[in-house]
Design a protein around this ligand. Sequence first.
Ligand code: NAP
Length: 221
Amino acid sequence: MKTVLVTGGSRGIGKAICERFSSAGYRVIAPTRNEMDLADAASVESYIARNLNEQIDVIINNAGINDVHLVEEITDDEISRTMAINLTSPLRLLRGFVGGMKQRGYGRIVNIASIWAVVSKAGRCTYSATKNGIHGITNTLAVELAPNGILVNTVCPGFTLTELTYQNNSKEQIAEISKEIPLGRMAEPAEIAELVYFLGSEQNTYITGQKITADGGFTEK
Ligand code: NAP
């Protein structure tokens, strides 16, 4: 049985990812924020140290935050929290657990970015910086870890119906945005999870280093 580590598995896209892997027979490890606070480097390093003996075959770096502010309004706290949760903690987790994958000659890594790593929108400066950064990690590790049987990809979800979307958009805005999406609606978390599952599963044998967008056609317009 293979084991998948999913961050941000308590709700939204992460919860759907946990359910998808679980239904395929994977053992799912989804640490709560109490077990590992991604905003806190010491908490992440302590989680890694406590779990180094776990056989982690798949890592899904899913947890993320998106504070929307125009550039002059961005606070130091927003910069450091967003960088930590969206970018540096995912890198710490990969640094911590990739050794076991290399020893076993097998691994799958899926990093969750966003359409705001493909196109842009006002107020997304910090968020987009981290999501573009996460793909830099994917690029490098795809090359670095290919000889070890480890495949690394980025999924860029479009608008998805989760708390994050309800937090940043009113009901009216959600209806307006949906009109701009060629498929005419936002994604359900399970639709994103299906793609993440494929890339993170044994079914994926040849896709690595890719940034794959699932957005109902939004970025094609
Ligand atoms: P969400 O519903 O807001 O859930 C965020 C998850 O991240 C929760 O499980 C949350 O845990 C966890 N998290 C936040 N801060 C944390 C911290 N300091 N330590 C540990 N865990 C933390 O988010 P979502 O919409 O499912 O988004 C998931 C991913 O998809 C994110 O990377 C997001 O940027 C990306 N994405 C989402 C959309 C969208 O439209 N929803 C679009 C593009 C990309 P708690 O339960 O403890 O808060």
